[in-house]
Design a protein around this ligand. Structure first.
Ligand code: COA
Length: 398
């Protein structure tokens, strides 16, 4: 049966404020965080009849306890979506939500769905990284990966070894700038519109309301230089140039462009292409470079066509590896204009949609930009990139 691929659009995205692991969400369930996001998406888009949601794909890296039980389905039910709306759980570590988006996009493009919700959650306080994993001994015995590949901070140290031109001074400065950009974005009210407040309950502190991220902090180059290097004695990776351990959730609404227009839903971004690629697991932070090459090639674009970048800042070294590869300056204003995961936090499987939600806001502010990209590195040595087109593009030169 001949059929046409349909255009996929990003309608809207939201996230909870991101907490520090063991912080404000210590007594909040992980699934409640993502349910809050789904409900907010439906509240913000009343033109969408709930029964028209064809799929709910929710990512979590650890799929047990309050992140278990096929979280996409249970979150859909608990969000008040009709019981007829299906859902599933998905895992690609840090790129969980990004993969949820590309998966449902595939379904939309081929006509299986008209509208879908994709998102992710990670409560790293309830589910510390690596909790309960039982790696097959063969993966190390057969030297498929180096043991350091299983500790993300060690992979960042390994990347430093390979790229000696990227000094600790540079990664610290990148970390400082991320904090400064996020502080400015908060002061300018840029981040708040897509954040859904979360009711908090604490046995000790009573009731509260989370309205801002918990991780951002004031810092300085002098202070950053004094921080410990937990992954290697005399190493370069510190709490100041790495994303922290966080709790949070995201969700996005995707649709076929045709359906969005019929329902009068906003069209914030149009998906152009995406690519996922594997690299040596011990330098997983290198992943976004080949995944970007792949996504650019599929789109018939070059890096010069990209006017805005939302790069996940798992580690400053890994972002700087990407920027150096493409000859982009460390402080290029097109890159993470409102800061990134080093300041805001990185609740693993949720972060992909945070990048997209921010890019969508940048697109609205920058009609002179036609294309933007979201990219992230992924545990066990992968990279993921999604290229988006700005529907507000005014046709002018970038
Ligand atoms: C780097 C890491 C080990 C730090 O964990 P931590 O020690 O619990 O972090 P903390 O927030 O307690 O920070 C450690 C210290 O640095 C200080 N610090 C952290 N960030 C700082 C900053 N930007 N400026 C100044 N001081 C800072 C803290 O105050 C703390 O000081 P203290 O020891 O005097 O209390 C942890 O965040 C980590 O593993 N990050 C990577 C997560 C990851 O791998 N994600 C997946 C990516 S693929």
């Amino acid at each position: 049966m001949p059929r046409e691929v349909r255009e996929v659009v990003f309608v809207d995205g939201v996230r909870t404020p991101f907490g520090k692991a063991g912080g404000m969400y210590a007594e909040t369930r992980a699934d409640d965080l993502v349910i809050r996001c789904i409900r907010e998406l439906m509240r913000r888009n009343p033109q969408l009849p709930p029964e028209m949601v064809d799929e709910v794909a929710i990512a979590a890296t650890t799929q047990t306890g309050d992140q278990g039980l096929t979280i996409g389905r249970t979150a859909a039910l608990l969000s008040g979506l009709p019981k007829t709306v299906p859902g599933y759980a998905i895992d690609r570590m840090c790129a969980g939500a990004m993969t949820a988006v590309t998966n449902v996009a595939g379904g939309i493009a081929m006509g299986a769905y008209d509208v879908a919700i994709a998102g992710g959650v990670e409560h790293m306080g309830h589910h510390p990284m690596g909790e309960g994993v039982d790696p097959n001994p063969r993966i190390l015995a057969e030297k498929l990966v180096d043991p350091s590949a299983l500790v993300m901070g060690s992979t960042a140290e390994n990347l430093h070894d390979r790229l000696p031109g990227i000094t600790k001074e540079r990664t610290d400065r990148y970390g400082l700038n991320s904090q400064l950009k996020t502080a400015k974005a908060y002061a300018d009210g840029k981040l708040q519109p897509d954040m859904v407040p979360v009711a908090l309950r604490s046995a000790e502190q009573g009731w509260g309301l989370a309205t801002t991220d918990e991780a951002p902090r004031e810092t300085s180059m002098e202070k950053l230089a004094t921080l410990k290097t937990p992954f290697r004695p005399h190493g370069r990776v510190t709490a100041g140039n790495a994303a922290g351990l966080n709790d949070g959730a995201t969700a996005a609404l995707l649709a076929s462009e045709e359906t969005a227009r019929e329902l009068g839903l906003p069209i914030a971004m149009r998906m152009v292409s995406y690519g996922f690629v594997g690299v040596e697991p011990e330098i997983m932070g290198y992943g976004p470079i080949p995944s970007t090459e792949k996504a650019l090639k599929k789109a018939g674009l070059t890096i010069d066509d990209i006017g805005l970048f939302e790069l996940n800042e798992a580690f400053a070294i890994q972002v700087l590896a990407f920027l150096d590869h493409y000859g982009i300056a460390d402080d290029d204003p097109r890159v993470n204009p409102w800061g990134g995961a080093i300041a805001i936090g990185h609740p693993l499987a949720s972060s992909g949609v945070r990048l997209m939600t921010q890019l969508a806001r940048h697109f609205a502010e920058h009609p002179e930009v036609r294309y933007g990209l979201t990219a992230m590195c992924i545990g066990i040595g992968m990279g993921g990139t999604v290229i988006w087109e700005n529907p507000n593009w005014d046709g002018a030169a970038k």
